[in-house]
Design a protein around this ligand. Structure first.
Ligand SMILES: Cc1cc2nc3c(=O)[nH]c(=O)nc-3n(C[C@H](O)[C@H](O)[C@H](O)COP(=O)(O)O)c2cc1C
Ligand code: SF4
Length: 398
């Protein structure tokens, strides 16, 4: 039986409410500037500058503003947000409170994925304790001009609802379908008001940055990818679990720590990420090289890469919201192609057509789901084509 590891996280070293305490002693501009200077980028996958997002939301005049915690954690292979919510929920709520103070929001919402509904009691009790301590509600932290509270809304199981505008649609009571962007939520989000949406992990890092300072965070990681990041590690390794690493570590270093040195490939970024072959294990996990949301899936020597591609495409086919044709029809067609390949009924020329179909889906889809759904397939074909073509193929398969 494999053990599941949770490495010692920085989150456990942050004194209670040190981040909010530091923020209340600053001007609102300085709070935003501190977050911007830290170089913190969103940990939910998009990697947009957190400080920049706050600057935009702060700059829009509105009598209503919102902050939202994206706890959809729908990416197959990701489970680090679950670990944060179970062990460090106060840091998440504190980060949301700091942002609310800085941008002028009065309401916060946590979108909690349906599968995490079992945590509702725990999260509500942390919120209740914060209300009792004067850290939520009216005149937060003794500030007569700052009223802010947080509510939790449970999702209904759709992967696409993790996309920030689909999530907002869902929270408003509509079908969870992505909106056209712009406008971005920081300008016009929940109920048309400026809304700052971040991943669970991002909110917790906000609190750490405020507690320990922008320089502390910025000096870690790489210049383009500052700071630390949590990794959900699963698959063919001896020590799967949740790990914290500085960004910029190589795939090989990660594999050494988690006991996965024999891997033939590593899927970096979950199902919507890409397969990194053994020949590229020297590459760095950082926004400038291998961008990364939260999941690392290790594929051992005996794994059939075509089955991996099939598995992910099947997932995206069923999770497409169906709004746009390239994603709805293209992903299905790609899955058909992989099934032909699997059955030895796909020619090399047809495989080339599938590659250009995948590239078209990426270029023409409306949201990140369609834009990333062919990525695993394309990277598997790029790196393992020889192995795939070792299957019995026919030339007239079309
Ligand atoms: C299909 C799809 C699913 C997504 N699922 C999640 C998710 O489960 N959790 C998350 O934080 N971000 C998810 N995102 C990214 C969000 O759209 C958004 O970028 C993120 O919540 C912003 O937070 P950040 O600034 O902390 O990265 C998803 C994006 C797409 C396209
Ligand atoms: S890309 Fe897919 S999930 Fe996104 S809007 Fe289009 S159909 Fe919906």
């Amino acid at each position: 039986m494999k053990s599941s590891v949770v490495s010692k996280l920085t989150f456990s070293t942050i004194p209670v409410d040190a981040g909010l305490h530091a923020a209340t002693g600053m001007s609102l501009e300085d709070i935003v500037e501190t977050v911007r200077e830290s170089g913190l980028r969103g940990r939910g996958g998009g990697a947009f500058s957190v400080g920049r997002k706050w600057e935009v939301a702060r700059g829009v005049r509105s009598d209503r503003k919102y902050v939202i915690c994206n706890a959809a954690e729908g990416e197959p292979g990701s489970f680090k947000d679950r670990a944060i919510l179970s062990g460090y929920a106060p840091l998440v709520f504190e980060g949301m409170t700091i942002a609310a103070l800085a941008v002028g929001a009065t309401r916060g919402i946590i979108y909690l994925r349906a599968e995490y509904a079992y945590m509702l009691g725990h999260l509500e009790s942390v919120l209740a304790a914060r209300r009792k301590a004067g850290l939520l509600g009216k005149q937060v932290a003794g500030n007569p001009r700052f009223n802010f509270d947080i509510r939790i809304q449970i999702g209904e199981g759709a992967y696409v609802c993790g996309q920030e505008t689909a999530l907002i649609e869902f929270l408003e009571g509509h079908r969870g379908e992505p909106r056209n962007r712009p406008p971005y939520p920081a300008v016009s989000g929940y109920r048309g008001a400026p809304t700052v949406v971040h991943n669970v992990e991002t909110w917790a890092w906000v609190t750490c940055v405020m507690a320990k300072g922008a320089k502390w965070f910025h000096d870690l990681g790489t210049p383009k990818s500052p700071g630390m990041k949590l990794f959900s590690v699963s698959g063919d390794c001896s020590r799967p679990g949740v790990y914290e690493f500085q960004l910029g570590l190589s795939v090989a270093e990660l594999l050494r720590v988690v006991g996965g040195e024999d891997a033939q490939g590593v899927q970096v970024g979950g199902a919507s990420g890409r397969m990194v072959p053994r020949s590229q294990f020297g590459r760095k996990i950082a926004y400038e090289d291998l961008p990364y949301g939260g999941a690392v899936i290790i594929l051992g020597e005996n794994r059939d890469m075509l089955e991996v591609a099939h598995n992910y495409l099947k997932f995206f086919t069923s999770e497409s919201c169906g709004q746009c044709t390239p994603c709805r029809e293209g992903t299905r067609k790609l899955l058909d192609g992989v099934e032909r390949l699997r059955n030895g009924r796909c020619s090399s020329a047809y495989l080339d057509q599938l590659i250009s179909l995948g590239e078209s889906i990426q270029a023409a889809s409306k949201c990140g789901l369609g834009q990333s759904s062919p990525q695993a397939f394309l990277s598997i074909v790029a790196h393992y084509r020889g192995k795939l073509m070792g299957r019995k193929l026919v030339d007239d398969a079309r």
